[in-house]
Ligand binder design. Structure first.
Ligand code: MG
Length: 271
């Protein structure tokens, strides 16, 4: 069983080198990258965030916002200034106010449309789903390869995502069958589980995967997510820096930070 491997065989010890980038947070937390790549077999399971870790979902969101606001000379600068990181309706309201447009708030039950803030937010979600269905979404290649490696090693993997669109994104990526467990925004509501940065969603992921958190890895790109992993007492929290910043991810609980999971796969020669 891969999970029984303790990582202390003389073979792995004699050929391992600690990667400089991970040395500054100590090599005692499992953040050692050997020449032959990161040794995932030291762990019993892996919990992945979805958006920004497995798929570049933000690109689809940005395209959907662009289509929603196509009549307003919308640019990427608007996305960063008024929308990025906000709940959907707040993003609508904030962008519209930048154009001196004030709409009635409406209700989350409003059908997708343009007459209220909620209707526009619901339309944005509809466009997001249309784009996914039409174009699909390719996973990050390094993440795809990591999943292949885990599957070959018999190490179970779960998705732990705050998004209520997680199932749709997984389906569009072709990865729906690759995860043993999915804990998403829908499950969180159904089960009454508190979201990140509390560790509860990740702990539920480990519970459903049947793995001890102390032998399970969390992989996250968001500050709230690495904080959740750190609070949950997981074996290792890997931060994937898609823009949050390596120092920020480390200071919130990441044991190891990479720009892409491909870094953990590559053959590394120190000679
Ligand atoms: Mg994310």
């Amino acid at each position: 069983m891969p999970g029984d491997f303790d990582g202390t065989t003389s073979d792995s010890a004699s050929h391992s080198t600690t990667r400089n980038a991970s040395a500054d947070h100590g090599g005692d937390v499992g953040g050692t990258v050997a020449d032959a790549g990161f040794d995932w077999t030291r762990f019993d399971g892996v919990l992945f965030d979805l958006d920004g870790v497995i798929t570049p979902t933000a690109e689809i969101h940005e395209r959907a916002w662009g289509e929603l606001f196509a009549d307003y000379d919308y640019t990427e600068a608007d996305y960063l200034a008024y929308i990025d990181g906000k709940p959907r309706y707040d993003g609508v309201r904030s962008f519209l106010s930048s154009r001196d447009v004030v709409l009635a708030e409406g209700s989350p039950d409003d059908p997708p449309g343009t007459d209220t803030v909620c209707a526009m937010g619901n339309r944005k979600n509809e466009i997001f789903n249309e784009i996914l269905e039409r174009d699909g979404i390719a996973p990050y290649p390094g993440s795809q390869t990591t999943l292949d490696l885990l599957e070959a090693a018999g190490i179970p993997a779960a998705i732990v995502s705050s998004s209520k669109n997680a199932r749709t994104v997984l389906h569009a990526s072709g990865l729906e069958d690759r995860f043993d467990v999915v804990v998403d925004g829908v499950v969180a509501v159904d089960e009454g589980v508190i979201g990140k940065p509390e560790p509860d969603m990740y702990l539920l992921g480990a519970e459903r995967l049947g793995t001890d958190p102390a032998r399970t890895v969390v992989v996250e790109d968001a500050v709230s997510g690495v904080a959740a992993g750190a609070a949950g007492g997981f074996a290792l929290v890997i931060g994937v820096d898609r823009g949050a910043g390596a120092d920020t991810l480390r200071s919130h609980g990441a044991d190891l930070v990479v720009d892409d999971l491909a870094e953990l796969l590559a053959e590394r020669s120190s000679s």
